[in-house]
Design a protein around this ligand. Structure first.
Ligand code: SF4
Ligand code: SF4
Length: 319
């Protein structure tokens, strides 16, 4: 089912979302980043072309979140009902990343209540890429799905809105119907990742070149839309009666992350940690869920200090 939105009326649509909840959208300042669009005037600053530096996972997995508090030795109830929020102009790579996080955090047997509360309150509205953003994108190789409620597709004077859920339809029911279903063409990219069975390339020798350049800065994992490693720590007052439990974003590139009780470190070398990140993205997740955990957004290559490019390494060196 499709709807039509005149470009000149796009702000009216976003204004209607502002009336229902908090609105977040990419804004171009020193970089493109998702920001809270608080006022009707701020709608003018919404960016329709750029690729956000930070992925929108922060609306579901903040850098630090309080899981619960303890007061006078008693566990306090945490209110898990959150007000609605809308995150708009999200690229298809990042929408697929949300679907991947959903798979992990909303497992029917073990849903994560903190993630679920945010996910239930959040609607992500996509925008289709008119062109590949730059030479780092390789989403065309990553079998991206139409994993969205709504996706805006540029058709000149208007946006065709591809509606894929009842939740999405409820937001656009007032807009005119498109005369016929016109599925948006999903992005193609000139950068291509050769699909290979990476189990055959586990030996250290395949990873030594990239490892020479990696400094374990963790930038790639912070910016990856599907990286979700976390740490849990208790922050107690000296009276030992009051405190809180926090979940903070961590990284598999950190040696501390793989250190367990008894001071045993599972991946003590930088090479082991670098290899684990790439293997998890491209192979281990696929072994279980039959799709890659990487959506080809290109951030981990685009913003790596050393411009380490695992796509190039896999394509050219893994033979
Ligand atoms: S951004 Fe580059 S240098 Fe930093 S940890 Fe990732 S791969 Fe290594
Ligand atoms: S591994 Fe790199 S290209 Fe793939 S989703 Fe993460 S940041 Fe994007």
């Amino acid at each position: 089912m499709g709807k039509l939105l005149k470009k000149s009326a796009a702000n009216d649509f976003f204004r209607s979302l502002q009336k229902k909840g908090s609105l977040y959208a990419p804004v171009s300042t020193d970089m493109v980043r998702f920001q809270h669009i608080k006022t009707p005037e701020a709608l003018r600053s919404i960016d329709f072309d750029g690729h956000a530096f930070f992925p929108p996972k922060k609306y579901l997995l903040p850098n630090e979140e309080e899981l619960f508090t303890i007061k006078q030795g008693k566990l306090q109830d945490t209110n898990q009902s959150l007000p609605p929020q809308f995150v708009v102009n999200v690229r298809l790579c990042d929408l697929n990343a949300i679907a991947i996080l959903d798979k992990l955090y909303l497992d029917p047997d073990y849903p994560d209540p903190y993630y679920k509360a945010k996910r239930d309150a959040t609607t992500f509205i996509g925008i289709n890429c008119k062109r590949e953003i730059d030479e780092y994108c390789f989403c065309g190789s990553m079998d991206l799905q139409r994993a969205y409620d709504l996706l805006l597709d540029d058709r000149g004077e208007h946006y065709y809105i591809d509606v894929r859920s009842d939740k999405g339809m409820a937001l656009v029911k007032e807009l005119p119907d498109a005369p016929e279903q016109q599925d948006p063409t999903l992005p193609k990219t000139s950068k291509v990742l050769d699909q290979k069975d990476l189990h055959q390339f586990f030996a250290d020798k395949w990873w030594e070149g990239d490892n020479e350049l990696c400094v374990s800065c963790q930038r790639c994992t912070a910016l990856c839309p599907t990286c979700f490693c976390f740490d849990v720590k208790d922050d107690m007052d000296l009276n030992l009666q009051d405190g809180k439990r926090l979940r903070t974003i961590d990284s598999c590139h950190s040696a501390d992350f793989t250190t367990v009780a008894g001071d045993h470190t599972f991946r003590s070398s930088r090479l082991q940690r670098y290899r684990h990140r790439v293997m998890h993205k491209l192979q281990y997740y696929k072994d279980t869920f039959e799709r890659s955990m990487c959506t080809g957004c290109g951030r981990c290559i685009r913003y790596c200090h050393s411009k380490i490019d695992f796509v190039k390494t896999i394509n050219e060196d893994f033979k």
